[in-house]
Design a binder for this molecule. Structure first.
Ligand SMILES: Nc1ncnc2c1ncn2[C@@H]1O[C@H](COP(=O)(O)OP(=O)(O)OP(=O)(O)O)[C@@H](O)[C@H]1O
Length: 256
């Protein structure tokens, strides 16, 4: 396996606070890599930097062999690197199915061109987008609520819809930020199953920030522990759970 995301010696400070500190991580192609760490360790900040939502101070981010340092989220989206976002307020008055159909295709420019010059082709593409959206909504188990307004879905169903939105684009890497938060156990099982299937059957790579350790244990290998903005340790979940340094970082006292 080779690294599809290579974070090299990244630094980021907010005012006087060094939040990311000479941090280097590799996400192997085809892996579901977990990113955990105590509150304030810098996980979300690192995600925002990788996803193009926050500039770094120094260091480099390489995606699929290309230097993407400080490229905006929109550019990264077209390259196949994206993160799940909460359904935006303005989309909550659209149905679940329409939310999927709204996800822009990765080749937006071409479609704009064809809108002007090839109306027949556009109709064909719309039908194709709808067919794909119906496939995706089946896949994430939301067929029965496809015509409900997104704003009326449960918290867990919204998470499934967010995952579905990433599937409309043929992503290479998806960054999942605390997707288990507020999701009941049954839906969480669906979510985990879907992430595994996307990984196994469609070749998605995932980088997952998660506080839910059950979810990390079920999904992730390897697991990277971040503390004070740099990597404390990386390994399998068993290695992590038995590591005295990790136990101290989480609970404040060394293992007995
Ligand atoms: N925009 C910002 N301006 C100033 N400080 C910030 C900003 N964003 C984050 N921080 C600080 O950076 C540190 C790391 O925050 P971050 O959210 O990345 O941690 P985290 O590991 O994701 O934490 P949690 O698990 O609690 O979500 C915190 O001390 C936080 O207060």
């Amino acid at each position: 396996m080779s690294a599809i995301i290579d974070v090299r010696h990244v630094n980021k400070a907010f005012g006087g606070l060094q939040v990311i500190n000479d941090c280097s991580i590799q996400v192997e192609q085809g892996s579901i890599t977990g990113l955990i760490g105590p509150n304030g360790a810098g996980k979300s900040t690192l995600f925002n930097i990788i996803a193009g939502a926050l500039p770094l101070d120094s260091g480099q981010i390489v995606f699929d062999g290309e230097d993407i340092t400080n490229q905006p989220a929109n550019t990264l989206f077209h390259k196949g690197l994206l993160r799940t976002f909460q359904i935006a307020h303005e989309f909550s008055n659209m149905t679940a199915l329409e939310n999927l159909m709204m996800v822009p295709p990765r080749q937006a420019g071409e479609n704009l061109f064809s809108t002007w010059f090839k109306p027949g082709l556009v109709r064909l593409e719309e039908a194709e987008v709808r067919r794909r959206a119906l496939e995706v909504i089946d896949f994430v188990g939301l067929h029965h609520v496809r015509n409900e307004l997104a704003g009326n879905l449960s918290g867990g169903q919204k998470k499934l819809l967010e995952l579905g939105r990433t599937m409309m684009t043929d992503a290479k890497v998806v960054l999942l930020d605390e997707i288990a938060a507020g999701v009941n156990r049954t839906l969480l099982g669906d979510l985990v199953g879907n992430i595994e299937r996307l990984n196994r059957e469609m070749g998605y790579t995932f980088l997952v920030i998660e506080h839910d350790m059950d979810m990390i244990a079920r999904l992730c290998d390897p697991v990277i522990v971040l503390a004070q903005g740099s990597v404390m340790v990386q390994g399998t979940i068993e290695e992590i759970q038995n590591n005295p340094e990790v136990i101290e970082a989480y609970f404040g006292s060394p293992a007995a």
